[in-house]
Write a protein that binds this ligand. Sequence first.
Ligand code: ADP
Ligand code: MG
Length: 447
Amino acid sequence: MLNSTATQHPWASCLGALKEKLSDDVYSQWILPLKVLDVSDFQVSLAVPNHLDLDQLAKIYLGLIEHCFQEATGREARVHLRRLPSLNMGSPSGAHAFTGMPVIDLNPNYSFDEFVVGSNSQFAYSAALAVAKDPGGTKFNPLLIYGGVGLGKTHLLQAIGNHVIAENSRKKIRYVTSEAFYREFVESIQHNRINELSNYYRNEVDILLMDDVQFLSGKDRTQEEFFHIFNSLHQSRKQIVLTSDAPPGELKGLEDRLVSRFQWGLFVDIQPPDRETREAILRKKARALNLDISDDIISYLAEAIDSNIRILEGAIRQLLLQASIKHSDITMELAKEIVNRTGVNRPMKKITPEDITSVVANYFVVEVDKIIEQGRGTKEVAQARQLAMFLMKELTSASLKTIGQRFGGRDHSTVVHAIKTIEKAMDKDDSFKKSVEAITGKLNIRS
Ligand code: ADP
Ligand code: MG
C-alpha cells in the first residue's frame, strides 16, 4: 500500500512542476504521454511511446525532467527513458537477420525537408536527393558525402532512407555506421556466422547507407569483407551511399582497392555553412521547437557559433531548457551565457615555446631536451627541431634570433634553413602537411 503511493507520488509532483514550466502544447505533446515504469530512490524509469522521438526527448527534456524531479522530491535521481518492447513498432522489413535489430534505424527528423540548403551543401543535397528519388538508377553509385564534424552528413544520409520509406518503396534499407558494421563483423567471427552476415548484406539490402566510413581505417579484415559486399551490391545495381570525414584520396588506412571503388560514382563535400545559412538553420530549429527568439538573438548566435551545426542546434535546445527552468523569456543575456558555456568564443590560449617543443617532442616520440640541446641528434630529433622552429615562427612572436637561442644557441640562419626545409616538405608531401596541421591543431586548443 505504502509502496504504491511512494511510486506514484514523486512523479505526480514532478508532473506538476513540469506543467508549470512548459507551455501547454509542449507539456501535452512530450510529457503527458510518458508512463512511469519504476521509481526507486535514485532512479526513475519512464516508458516512451513510439510516436515520440526518443532522441529528441532525451536531448531537450531529460535535463528538465531530472531537474523537476529533484525540485519536487528533494532527491537527485537519474531518469531513464525506455521504449517498452511491446510499444516498439515492428520494422517493415523485420529484424536484422544477423543482429536481431530492426533493419530500419533512421531518425525521422533527418529529412530533406528539415535540411536547410546553403551554398555550402547545395551539391551534396542535390546528389543525395537524386539518389533518393532513383536509388541504384543514377550514375552516383556509390555516392560519397564527405566533410567536417556536425555539418549534416548523417542528416543527408538518413534523409535518403527516410525519403525512400516515405515513397512506400519496398526497397530494403540498411543504415549502419562503419563502427557498428565493424562490431557486427567481429561478433560474426566470434560466433562463426560470417556467412550469415555476408549473405544478409548481399541479399537483404537494396540500399546500403554506411556512415563514417573512415572508422574502418586499419581494420583490414573488416575492410576486406566490406569490399566483397560492396562489389556484390554494386554489381546488382543496389545503391550504396557513404559518408566520411575526408575525400577518398585522403582516407588513411583504407585499402587502395576500396578507396578506388569509392571513386567510381560521385563524391561531394559539405562545407561549413556561411552566416546566412546559419541564421536560416537557427530559425528553422527554433520554429520546430515552437520557440520565439528575437532577430538580434538569432543574429548573435549565428555570428558566435560559426563552425558546427550540431553546436548551433545545442544552443537552441539549451535556450529552451534554461528559459523553462528559469521561467524567463529568451533574452540576449541567456543567449550569451549559453554561448559562453559552449566555449566557442573563448580566446585561444596563448601558445608558448614550451608548448610547441613539448607537443612536437610528443609527436615524434623524442625527448624535449634532445630537441633543445646543441648536438644534431638522430634524424627524428633533427626533424622535430626543425618543425619546432618553424612552428615557433608561425605561432609565436619570437624573432629568428630568439628562436635560435632557445635551441641551444643556434644561429639565426639555421632557423631560416629549418623554416625553408619544413615549408618545402609541406609543399611536396601532403601527408607531412597534414601532420603539421594536426600538430598545430593540438596547440590551438582553447584554454
Ligand atoms: P555530421 O554527420 O556531419 O557530423 P549531422 O548530420 O549529425 O552531422 O548534423 C548534426 C546536427 O545538425 C543534426 O542534428 C542535423 O540535423 C543538424 N544539421 C546539420 N546540417 C543541417 C542543415 N543544413 N539543416 C538543418 N539541420 C542540419
Ligand atoms: Mg555523422
